[in-house]
Ligand binder design. Structure first.
Ligand SMILES: [Zn+2]
Length: 413
């Protein structure tokens, strides 16, 4: 491997000194800790001879000119922000690997026809403001809703933080013509690579959630005096709905669709009262719209059945409805070819979690690579990926970048 793994590791460790107090890494979006980490990273990019700027959303764009500056840029990167008490790899791996690619090309004095750009996106995590991938949404023109009035848990408005750093999300949009392709390396955040022993995940599509809030109304009554057949037990109705969701999602396994009831509040919530009201929150995700639609249909039919069977009244509200993103076939094929060339085993897989790449896919051809996560853990101080695995990902990225950016032959330099 001609990348410098030790150097990559040192940079990762240095970056992770920012926001590293007590439990895990706290480098929340648009905070001083994150800004300091950004400054540190921008300095490293400048040392490599890159021109570096922060766009008006707070995204870092570090550019290495190509032989022909009029060509669109070959871009790659990830994010620096973390969740509360986050780990050292989610996001950080992608930006540090991107920098190592530039360093390695500089070491070898390799020139490319296309300019290269490292992009480190702002506010990828929804942890602080409840809104994810703000930087890439701003860059791709996908922001929606009243995002400026979002507040963090201390009541600080997003718009206050934006004005503190003189940022304006509206002005960060980039024209399609500026970018040839975008790549992101990220930790897998799931167990598939570790379980199969493969070193690289080539992402085929990024799942999007559809979320519902269900209010299941029954009748609260005495648990001792209400005979079973006269009950309108909201929890039992909710349970049947949850099990029906599981059943359908299991049938959709080949499409990687998943369904989760992550919230189930039982009211009044006493041992001696038949549950009269349940609030459930349902999250259905997948990369296939058809498959997701079948799970949603099953949810609706389970709701109707529970109403009829148990005399319940159920209302359902859509909380989010996002469309899955399929990544371009020719980018996936190109990554497969590069992995084969370097002799790295890979797995074609969907991403169950959202990433900046899903937004970038609306702007330019986009590819995404996963590296193994120990025990599939993430958003946790215990998350871990080995430096060797990160190195393999970075090596693949470098090879892929050289292909898209077109290495200029010795004689032409
Ligand atoms: Zn991430």
């Amino acid at each position: 491997m001609d990348l410098d793994i030790k150097r990559l590791q040192t940079t990762l460790e240095q970056l992770n000194e920012y926001g590293n107090e007590g439990q895990g890494i706290n480098r929340l979006a648009y905070t001083e800790e994150e800004q300091e980490a950004k400054n540190f990273f921008m300095e490293l990019c400048k040392k490599e001879g890159m021109s570096v700027r922060l766009d008006t959303a707070g995204n870092i764009i570090a550019r290495r000119e190509g032989q022909d500056p009029s060509l669109p840029a070959v871009a790659f990167g990830s994010h620096i922000d973390t969740v509360y008490e986050g780990g050292k790899y989610d996001g950080a791996v992608g930006v540090v690997a991107a920098l190592e690619v530039i360093r390695s090309l500089n070491d070898k004095k390799i020139k490319t026809a296309h300019p290269l750009e490292i992009i480190s996106f702002a506010c990828e995590e929804s942890a602080r403001f409840g809104y994810s991938t703000i930087g890439s949404k701003a860059m791709t023109g996908l922001l929606s809703g009243d995002y400026e009035n979002l507040r963090d848990k201390d009541g600080v408005y997003l718009k206050e933080e934006l004005s503190k750093y003189s940022l304006n999300l509206e002005e960060a949009k980039r024209p399609k013509e500026e970018l040839e392709v975008f790549f992101e390396i990220h930790i897998e955040q799931g167990p598939a690579l570790e379980e199969t022993g493969k070193k690289i995940g080539i992402v085929t599509g990024i799942a999007a959630p559809t979320r519902f809030k269900l209010l299941v109304k029954g009748l609260a009554s005495h648990s001792g005096t209400t005979p079973m057949k006269y009950r309108k037990d909201a929890l039992l109705g909710a349970s049947e709905i949850a099990l029906a969701l599981e059943e359908q999602a299991m049938e959709e396994e080949q499409y990687d669709t998943v369904a989760t009831v992550g919230v189930c509040d039982v009211k009044p919530g006493a041992m001696n009262i038949v549950p009269g009201l349940v609030e459930m929150k349902v999250d259905i995700r997948g990369v296939s719209e058809e498959s997701k639609a079948r799970v949603i249909e099953k949810l609706q039919s389970a709701v109707e059945k529970a109403e009829a069977k148990r005399g319940l009244e159920i209302t359902s509200t859509v909380l989010a409805e996002e469309t899955p993103v399929q990544l371009e076939e020719r980018v996936i094929d190109s990554l497969k070819e590069t992995a084969d060339k370097l002799g790295h085993s890979y797995l074609l897989m969907p991403s169950g979690a959202g990433h900046d790449a899903m937004n970038m896919a609306h702007l330019c051809p986009t590819g995404m690579l996963f590296i193994p996560s120990k025990d599939g853990l993430s958003h946790n101080p215990q998350e871990y990926s080995s430096i060797e695995d990160i190195g393999i990902g970075a090596e693949l990225l470098e090879e892929e970048i050289m292909k898209w950016a077109k290495v200029v032959k010795e004689a032409e330099r």
